[in-house]
Write a protein that binds this ligand. Structure first.
Ligand code: FES
Length: 174
């Protein structure tokens, strides 16, 4: 057993599933939840522990949406940049969120509270442009409907109740 806390997380996830290679995805879910991503080091460690090719771990980490190879914030925001949403200016939404949360491009805020990424079609083009906060879909979003966080404004009609709560709490904690 390794004393490094990150490796301890990996070891406990592997042990929880009896070190079975068939449980790779379940093990990866545990790690994603605990560490916010499947890092390259984690993938290599898992490969050794489970005696499977590292390419198999990387493939799963990049193929399934539930996993991320980059660190995620406590609240993860996905902005759809599929064709339909793109044509309705979803890039502007992405940029606006980045400005509001001080995140350059895709990635996480410095305090680890939020992360943002662009995703392909989320399967609800008619409601677009869409984004999701913690898997809760926000429909008919526009950059103008995203508030300036420091202004203590209610986020507005574009959001799902959950999104409002999350961002309001973020403002209050600042
Ligand atoms: S393109 Fe955005 S939901 Fe389909």
């Amino acid at each position: 057993m390794d004393n490094n806390p990150a490796m301890k997380t990996l070891d406990s996830a592997v042990e929880k599933y009896g070190g079975k290679k068939e449980a790779l995805l379940s093990i990866m879910h545990e790690i994603q939840k605990a560490q916010g991503s499947i890092s390259e080091d984690s993938a290599r460690y898992l490969s050794q522990k489970l005696d499977i090719p590292v390419s198999q771990v990387f493939s799963a980490a990049t193929f399934y949406r539930a996993f991320s190879t980059e660190p995620r914030g406590k609240h993860h925001i996905k902005v759809c940049t599929g064709t339909s949403c793109y044509l309705r200016a979803s890039e502007k939404i992405f940029e606006r969120i980045g400005r509001e949360l001080n995140i350059a491009g895709e990635g996480a805020s410095e305090d680890g509270e939020f992360s943002v990424e662009k995703v392909r079609c989320m399967g609800c083009c008619n409601a677009g442009p869409v984004m999701a906060i913690d898997e809760q879909i926000c429909e008919d979003v526009s950059a103008g409907k995203i508030p300036d966080l420091p202004k203590q404004e209610i986020i507005g009609e574009m959001t799902h109740r959950k999104a409002t709560t999350v961002i309001k709490k973020y403002r209050e904690d600042k």
